[in-house]
Each structure stands twice: as C-alpha cells, then as structure tokens.
Design a protein around this ligand. Structure first.
Ligand code: NDP
Length: 279
C-alpha cells in the first residue's frame, strides 16, 4: 500500500530498514533478498555506510529503478563538509541519478543551521535530484523553527515510534500539517518481548496466529505510519513483509495505543551528540 505525500508522490508505506546492516555481503544479500520477495522501499543513510551495497543489490535485482523507493539521509549537515559533496557521494554509491526521499538525519540545536540545510534540500528538490524531502528526529519545536523560513514543507518526519512511545501528540501535529510520520525502532530494541508490552501484545498475536513484530507492523500501518523494520534474517524479512496482510480492528489499535509509556530507547533528539558544531 502507498502513502500519498503532500507533494503527490506515492511512497510504499512498508519498507526495509538497514541500520547496522554491514556494507558488503550482508547488506547486499539482505537487500537483494528483500527485493526478490516484493519489498519496494529501502531505507538507508550516509551514516549507515552501506549505500554502496544497497546500490549494488538494486542494480543486480533487475527491478527497474523507478519501481523501488530509496530513502537516504544526511548526517553531516552541521560539519564543514559541503552538503552537495555528501549528496553526490550518496548518489554515486547508490548508483542512481536521483533519490526518492532525502532526510536531514538529526536536527541541530541551532535553528539557523537546520534552516540553511533545508534551503539546500529545497534546491535539490527544485533540481529534481530528489522526489521528496524531509526530516528525521525532529520534535515539534524543531519543525516549527524550520517552517519559519521553509519555502517547501517537509513531506516526512522519521522518528522513534513503537508501542512504548506511540508519538500520538507529534503525530496529531504532523497530521494537521500534512507531514507523514515514519517509525524507526519498532521493536524497542527487543523491549516489546517483555513486561507490559508482551502482556498487551500477546493475546492479539494469538488471535491472528501472528508474531509480536507482525502485530506491531500491522498497528503502525493501521495508524497511517510508515513502517521500515530491519532484519538481516530471511525468514524475518518475509515474516515482516507478510504483516501487511493483517488488519487489526480499531479496538485492537487502541489497546496497543494504551501501552504508551513515553519510553524512549534511542537517542533523545533534544540531547543528541549529532550536530552541535557548525557556526
Ligand atoms: P527494529 O526495531 O527494526 O529492530 C531490528 C531488530 O529486530 C534486529 O535485531 C532484527 O534482528 C530484529 N527483528 C526484525 N524482525 C524481527 C522479527 N520478525 N522477529 C524477531 N526479531 C526481529 O530497529 P531499527 O533500529 O533497525 O529500526 C528500523 C529502521 O529504522 C533502521 O534499520 C533504519 O533504517 C531506521 N532507523 C532510523 C533512525 C534515525 O535516526 N532516523 C534511527 C534508527 C533506525 P535480525 O536483523 O538479526 O533479524
């Protein structure tokens, strides 16, 4: 299923994450396998250092470029490295002349830096080097600062989102602004297999004869969230893909919403090590 972004671009609502998938054989085999069973959306990033293998797998898959949605992200926008060079390096590694979605990976605490970076992203968009642009790890206040000077509204915000941190307030704001929300870390670094999360999710998984990861993916999709679970294990890559067939009831979605504890298991965007540098 596709999500229509605020510029009309269609993006597969389900895809493959590749954080911590090592460049070389692992990333190559993982992405090639995922594409062979039907994945058409791959999420990578400059900092994952696996764009080369993602590009190799895409090239060798035999699938036309325009049928696969590729996301990459720029993390060094606060450094002295020219942003254009970083973008060109991603293009070269991915072996493509455009990226479907390009994200600012982490906000800088200085709003002017994010605003300058965004102006560069807008120029890539205007040159049709990217089909959509967005941000990642932006809190509401980061977005509000960005929108002060933006000519083009971001199409996506990719954030930590899972049963323990369902991001309902941020999602309500993004829905109002017509900015799509994308989840990372859907399995809470394994936390969904324990405690209240396990207790809450297990009965629903049993009803559908599904796994807990499948129920979380189905929950995200039912809420209109873009889901990109990562796995390097073929059976899990397939299991996660099949979760798209599970349709939860509104009550079940709400039961999972109730597991929210505001629990972050990844870096807090207001206290991240990424980017406090460039003047
Ligand atoms: P996930 O929540 O997707 O979890 C990945 C882990 O869960 C891996 O250890 C994987 O194991 C395991 N797993 C996957 N599927 C199953 C399954 N069906 N059953 C049991 N275990 C399973 O975490 P990620 O942090 O990778 O997040 C997803 C994607 O989001 C990333 O890959 C990346 O693309 C993006 N991301 C973005 C960030 C950002 O700052 N914008 C930050 C973090 C992630 P195995 O691989 O061994 O099978």
């Amino acid at each position: 299923m596709n999500i229509k972004l605020n510029n009309g671009v269609l993006m597969p609502q389900f895809g493959l994450g590749t954080f911590l998938v090592p460049d070389g054989q692992s990333a190559y085999e993982t992405v090639k396998y995922a594409l062979s069973i039907g994945y058409r959306h791959i999420d990578t990033a400059q900092v994952y250092r696996n764009e080369q293998s993602v590009g190799d797998a895409l090239r060798d898959s035999g699938i036309p470029r325009e049928e696969v949605f590729i996301t990459s992200k720029q993390i060094d926008h606060y450094s002295e490295k020219p942003m254009q060079r970083l973008f060109d390096e991603s293009l070269a590694k991915l072996q493509t002349d455009y990226i479907d979605l390009y994200l600012i990976h982490w906000p800088n605490p200085k709003k002017e830096i994010n605003q300058q970076t965004w102006a560069f992203f807008e120029s890539l968009y205007e040159q049709k080097k990217v089909r959509a642009i967005g941000v990642s790890n932006f809190q509401r206040h980061h977005l509000q600062d960005l929108l002060e000077t933006a000519k083009i509204k971001p199409m996506i915000n990719q954030v930590e989102l899972h049963p323990g941190l369902n991001q309902a307030p941020l999602k309500a704001y993004l829905d109002k602004e017509d900015i799509a929300i994308e989840s990372y870390g859907p399995f809470m670094k394994g936390g969904v297999f324990e405690g209240i999360y396990l207790d809450g999710l297990k009965p629903i998984a049993e009803k559908y004869q599904a796994s807990i990861p499948q129920i979380i993916i189905a929950w995200g999709l039912a809420r209109g969230v873009i889901m990109i679970p990562k796995s390097v294990t073929p059976s899990r890559i397939e299991e996660n893909f099949k979760a798209q067939l599970i349709k939860l009831t509104a009550d079940e979605v709400e039961q999972i919403n109730q597991l929210n504890r505001g629990k972050r298991v990844y870096t807090d965007p207001d206290n991240s090590p990424w980017g406090p540098y460039k003047e």
